[in-house]
Write a protein that binds this ligand. Structure first.
Ligand SMILES: [Zn+2]
Length: 213
């Protein structure tokens, strides 16, 4: 029995009112290979495990699955029973959402997704709405937020490739982030989002050996 009514609402553009909202996303890698690796990590619960959360199942994520998550934050330990309420499996997005069950310190829902965009950049996105349950209220809202923010950062980090992303022009892995208007140190190409769709366009040639093969 879920402890809130707005089941599935992390999929909506607007998160429900009356809750604290969380929406974090970041580039985690590049290309189909990393999209598959990161989504497998997520859908096997291994992103959670890498973030230091204990998960009491050996099975991969499935719809309606109930699991108990256990996490530590400094001296505090939390037991967090959840149920999977949504499962996302499309060619460009994979992930799931879970909602809180009785005994969870909070009330609400959290959605984890890995996406690949038209430029082959792989993203992780976390959306959640929550409010403290009775027990967590006693702990204090600022601390509850710190716990949630810290674990969210760990989830995102657990999905990162870690290697720099390939320069769209020379292919060397030189860019910490894509479309951030940085210069590739190998080929001098400027990673400008407007150039991304056609890195070999003559307008943007910066050295003679970068033309089409
Ligand atoms: Zn380059």
């Amino acid at each position: 029995m879920l402890t809130y009514d707005e089941v599935g609402a992390t999929a909506a553009a607007e998160l429900p009112s009356g809750y604290r909202h969380l929406h974090e996303w970041r580039q985690i890698g590049f290309g189909q290979e990393w999209f598959i690796e990161a989504s497998q990590r997520l859908l096997s619960w291994n992103a959670h495990r890498r973030a230091g959360v204990r998960v009491d199942t050996a099975s991969p994520v499935s719809l309606d699955q109930a699991v108990v998550l256990r996490l530590r934050f400094g001296p505090l330990r939390f037991t967090a029973p959840v149920r999977v309420v949504d499962y996302i499996d499309t060619p460009t997005e994979r992930g799931f959402a879970y909602g809180t069950l009785p005994g969870h310190p909070e009330i609400g829902e959290e959605r984890f997704a890995v996406q690949i965009d038209e430029d082959d950049i792989v993203w992780a996105e976390i959306r959640a709405f929550s409010r403290p349950g009775r027990w967590f209220t006693r702990l204090g809202d600022p601390l509850a937020r710190s716990v949630q923010d810290a674990v969210t950062r760990k989830y995102l980090r657990a999905l990162e490739d870690g290697r720099p992303l390939p320069c769209p022009c020379c292919g060397e892995r030189t860019l910490p982030e894509r479309s951030a208007c940085e210069w590739c140190p190998v080929c001098d190409w400027e990673d400008d989002p407007n150039q991304l769709r056609d890195p070999h366009s003559p307008e943007h040639w910066l050295s003679p050996d970068l033309g089409p093969a």
